[in-house]
Design a protein around this ligand. Structure first.
Ligand code: FAD
Length: 478
């Protein structure tokens, strides 16, 4: 029996894993490999990766193998193993970041030239980015027709499990601690209270969502004060769960429900369609990154290259540390710091505030998110920032400037979210909880929230900030 390496990256699962299935079904003995290149800058995501790897290690162990963990540059590590273990084939699932594509393309050519069988697969997406093109055979630039075309072709469900018996080749491995993934950051103390990075937990969350919250997802997904979304993003990003597994779970649940009451199934169908279209935004983000790799640093709308940003480290620090004086912005930034995650509605509010009211470059915000999010994903993050800043394709128009006070009142109507993450606001009455500076001096004292002392004064005047941003925008349109 010949040996094949299956090189796992952001696909830490044995199910719905076409590279793994192909290696087994092509009759190879499998060496499951993870390489840590140690080039990752300090980020919250490395905390997640440590525990996700521990879980993946365990699942391979339960099926009789051992995960080979190595440190170093990918090509060198692969070459050493290929030589030591007389490896005949290398299989992996594709990446779509510009760096990932460059490394993988080089490696594929190199190992093929040495006579190895090298095969790559799609485990990360419902559709490959080159599969969906418009009538003129060009990539779509607008989400709705793109997603319609995907739906028209049909959404693929989970990839099959191997049909043959799995044969593992046990190899020497570093201990997980030797990858030093936990030593990168110092702000992870509270993460375990909020997250369990295991596949079982991700599947449980998905199942729970499809049994209840899905019915009200269409309206609740905009409410940061309630758990109305799946919170699956870090599981999907690390590949503990595959996006096609979510599609399959929806299909299965839909089939099971087809016999139940129509009221129940109507809300279920609405919720599932909405969830699928959110997964569609994830796909579209990968699609844009693939077709426009420069978008990681450059705005997709040319005119924004001339935008007169007003770079200011003090403002950036206040935003990063949740000290802007605007409750919903501060709550979001503190939630992010403490839990490694932030609700989508709040991501949009804080991003709009940084870029428009504070006129800081969107790239600064995107970098901070990449450092602090457990689901830090180059594709979704880049598109999230370009969309909110109005400089991407099919983006929210720049002139739509989110007002953090009215957004707070609308989407956190009881003030529960801001009180949870900004304890200074705990005793502020509901009427002023999204604009505490409106309390008179007596009420500020009584609420333990003296503005300018216990809680910051607003760092920018909303009206002036908005006007300044719109003037800057006009200047690049002329
Ligand atoms: P749900 O509402 O349950 O959605 C299910 C899944 O769909 C998510 O897990 C995610 O994979 C996908 N999804 C949902 N909304 C979006 C969206 N707008 N764009 C792309 N995919 C989406 N998402 C990331 O995974 N990583 C990021 O680094 C990231 N950065 C963002 C930055 C900004 C400025 C903005 C506005 C959005 C960003 N998003 C990012 C998208 C979105 O905020 C998160 O995917 C979502 O909040 C995750 O929560 P959930 O799993 O409960 O989502």
């Amino acid at each position: 029996m010949d040996n094949a390496i299956v090189w796992f990256r952001d696909d830490l699962r044995l199910q719905d894993n076409p590279a793994f299935t192909a290696a087994v079904d092509n009759g190879y003995r499998v060496i499951p490999l993870v390489i840590s290149e140690q080039t990752v800058p300090a980020s919250a995501h490395t905390w997640w990766r440590h525990y996700a790897l521990a879980d993946f290690q365990q699942s391979i162990k339960s099926s009789g193998g051992n995960l080979c963990l190595r440190l170093g540059r990918a090509e060198g590590v692969l070459q050493t193993l290929i030589d030591e273990l007389q490896v005949k084939a290398v299989f992996w699932n594709r990446r779509y970041t510009p760096t990932g594509i460059a490394i993988d393309t080089g490696m594929k050519q190199h190992f093929k030239a040495l006579g190895l069988e090298v095969k790559t697969f799609n485990a990360a997406l419902i559709k490959e980015p080159w599969q969906i093109l418009n009538k003129t055979q060009k990539p779509y630039r607008v989400f709705t027709p793109y997603w319609k075309a995907c739906l028209h072709e049909g959404l693929a469900g989970a990839n099959p499990l191997p049909e043959k018996k799995i044969h593992w080749l046990r190899t020497e491995s570093l201990a997980l601690q030797e990858l030093e993934l936990l030593d990168h950051i110092r702000w992870d103390k509270q993460f375990p209270e909020h997250w369990k990075p295991t596949r079982a937990e991700g599947l449980e969350q998905l199942n729970h969502f499809l049994q209840g919250p899905v019915h009200s997802y269409d309206c609740d997904r905009d409410r940061p004060d309630i758990v109305g979304t799946t919170r699956l993003s870090p599981y999907l990003h690390s590949g503990l769960i595959g996006v096609r597994e979510v599609v399959s779970a929806i299909e299965l649940e839909t089939a099971l429900r087809s016999t139940r009451s129509s009221v129940d199934s109507a809300s279920f169908v609405t919720g599932c369609d909405k969830l699928l279209s959110e997964l569609g935004w994830r796909e579209f983000s990968y699609y844009l990154l693939y077709h426009h790799p420069e978008c990681v640093r450059e705005p997709l709308q040319e005119s924004f290259k001339r935008f007169p940003w007003k770079k200011d480290q003090k403002l950036l620090r206040a935003w990063q540390s949740g000290q802007t004086g605007y409750p919903i912005v501060d709550a979001g930034m503190r939630e992010l710091w403490q839990t490694g995650w932030m609700h989508n509605r709040v991501r949009m509010i804080v991003a709009s505030f940084l870029v428009k009211h504070l006129m800081q470059p969107w790239q600064e915000g995107a970098d901070w998110f990449m450092q602090t999010l457990l689901d830090a994903d180059l594709a979704s993050n880049t598109q999230g920032w370009q969309w909110t800043s109005g400089c991407g394709v099919d983006a929210s128009p720049f002139f739509r400037v989110f007002n953090p006070v009215s957004q707070g009142k609308k989407f956190d109507p009881d003030g529960a979210y801001v009180r949870r993450w900004v304890p200074e606001l705990k005793r502020v009455p509901l009427k002023q909880v999204h604009e505490p500076w409106l309390m008179d001096a007596g009420l500020q004292q009584a609420s333990n929230c003296v503005v300018g002392d216990q809680y910051p004064k607003p760092i920018v005047d909303l009206k002036q900030g908005r006007e300044r941003a719109l003037e800057a925008w006009q200047s690049i349109r002329e």
